[in-house]
Design a binder for this molecule. Sequence first.
Ligand code: ADP
Ligand code: MG
Length: 226
Amino acid sequence: MSDVVLLRGVGKQYEPAGPPALADVDLTVGAGEAVAVMGPSGSGKSTLLNLIAGLDRPTGGEVGVAGTVLNKLSEKALARFRRDNIGIVFQFFHLLEDLTARDNVLVPAQLVGRSRQEARKRADELLDSLGLAARANAYPARLSGGERQRVAVARALINQPALLLADEPTGAVDAAAGAQIMRILQDLSRSGQTILLVTHDPDLAHRCATRTVEVRDGRLSEAVPA
Ligand code: ADP
Ligand code: MG
């Protein structure tokens, strides 16, 4: 129905002889849910996020996002699907250094082929809503970590994605900037954005998520409510 993420028996084995990074993962994320994924370093959280993002492919099981089974898509179709349906925020921002903040935000919109004027208006509205109106023409090198991450959030939202993914979004910024990112994610969740958030931070999970799951040694379980 209105499940945004639907994983069935998903596994990922990077090395044929090694242990699986993920094994037999079932996960459903309904529209409007904000799910936090917690667990120790190396447990498979980023692997899970990358499979849902279509940045990597599972070695077993089925990955469904917004009603589409990603397994069946060609690389080209997968890239198009990602651009149209998924926004991603990474720990280390991944901004293009030779583009201004505004032009970084506009990259996914240009790929969709929207009118330049309409996209620019939305980019400026997003930057404004994230407290970056005065920084729109700045290059990433001139921005603080927190500002960079807010630009990355604006870029992730420009195409109004069905699903927002974030992998340790506060992991590389100072505490004050982290708190600001946390509030932004909280507001997005309250406004109905479906979110899957990987984090080490129980406070971030507690504030932003409607539900928490835990990954340990590649196995996912629903966290016991505190
Ligand atoms: P987490 O995000 O929870 O720290 P990861 O998903 O990054 O964990 O990693 C889970 C396991 O998969 C780890 O043992 C890691 O070394 C391994 N792994 C992750 N990415 C790769 C890769 N590209 N090639 C081989 N092994 C990988
Ligand atoms: Mg990780």
